[in-house]
Write a protein that binds this ligand. Sequence first.
Ligand code: NAI
Length: 398
Amino acid sequence: MIIQPIIKGQVAKSCHPIGCGKAVADQIDYVRQARQIEAGPKKVLVLGASSGFGLASRISLAFGGANADTIGVAFERGPSDRGVGTAGWYNLIQFKQEAEKQGLVAKNFVGDAFSPDMRRSVADYIKTEFGGSVDLVVYSLATGVRPDPKTGELIRSSIKTVGEPMTGYTVNLEKDCLEESVLEAASEQEIADTVKVMGGEDWEEWIDFLSGEGVLANGCQTLAYSYIGSDITYQIYHEGTLGHAKTHLQATADKLDAKLKAVGGQAHVAVCKALITKASVFIPAFSPYILALFKVMKDMGLHEGCIEQMQRLYVDCIYQADGEVRVDEHRLVRVDDWELREDVQQKVRAILDKMTPDNFKTLGDYEGYKTDFMKLNGFGLDHVDYAQDVDLEILRKG
Ligand code: NAI
């Protein structure tokens, strides 16, 4: 069949398997030519490995100098009678093939990272087939729902403000327009639920479990990703429900850091730049800021995507020759430093002051925004023949 992009609102309902493979291959090419990670980890577990920052981390750690064997856990869907499946499914396959070509171990676990069964399977695999331990655990899950670890009841996160509601514009990728959207103020319960889903509790449970199983190597590090942003978006993110979850994540890093001292290890949160991922396009009223930010950072030669961010993170901040992780006064690793430069923020502010639904495509980088979104789903990549027939039967057989 010929696979066409199908977008509904902010969601891609189709993906192109060959294009997804090409997007992964392009990221691998980038890190191969970038400054290399020295003294990196050799055995890595990535939770949330199929897209966005988690996929980029895995690519960076395998192909960007460290030559790490990796285990990737992700929640994705393969081809079926219902359709072609999700982009992350094909990203995982492509990663594995490329890693094996380089003589690296690349094991994929597709399923729910919140489930005790998944933890058990991963720990058993580490013990029996992965050399017995890991020296880095990357926690990069992004989800709106998590089963309560005690009751199994589903808990849902909400993207809302805390305090006053607000109104802003959100990109509609299906209709290529800016639409007004309202962020309601969250209730106490909604704040607590969002912390439960996107905070540090599950990260801590993973590390406690792996530690109890004795599969964390001496000197093992763990890392999770956060966003803070500037005061332009504080009401939407940093001071909203998501920010509360991230504050919890940061506090969890400190707790885990203390626990990991027992194996000479460390835990950190890396604060990253705002980027287009499957998860981030859902944040209401956030898109005008990204449109302006991309425009400014590209004009200034400062723009990075997930792969550039992750390679810089591991080369410049995590795996230093002196063994020290580069952190700020709050023990946070900052690769959002270029986004937060005063000159960048001033220019972003100036654009946002003038941005309207009529001019956002010229004032902001809508073309870049849409292109990034399409590429996440395997569309719009160079040297991919989109007129070519894709045989789902063959894909289904794996
Ligand atoms: P993403 O949507 O691209 O990736 C999320 C990953 O989590 C995917 O691999 C998905 O399969 C996996 N996942 C979700 N639910 C799962 C489950 N139940 N079991 C197993 N795997 C599951 O998201 P993105 O944007 O890469 O987010 C990763 C982290 O980076 C999040 O903590 C996010 O807050 C953070 N971050 C994102 C920024 C952005 O602009 N996108 C900026 C700064 C931080």
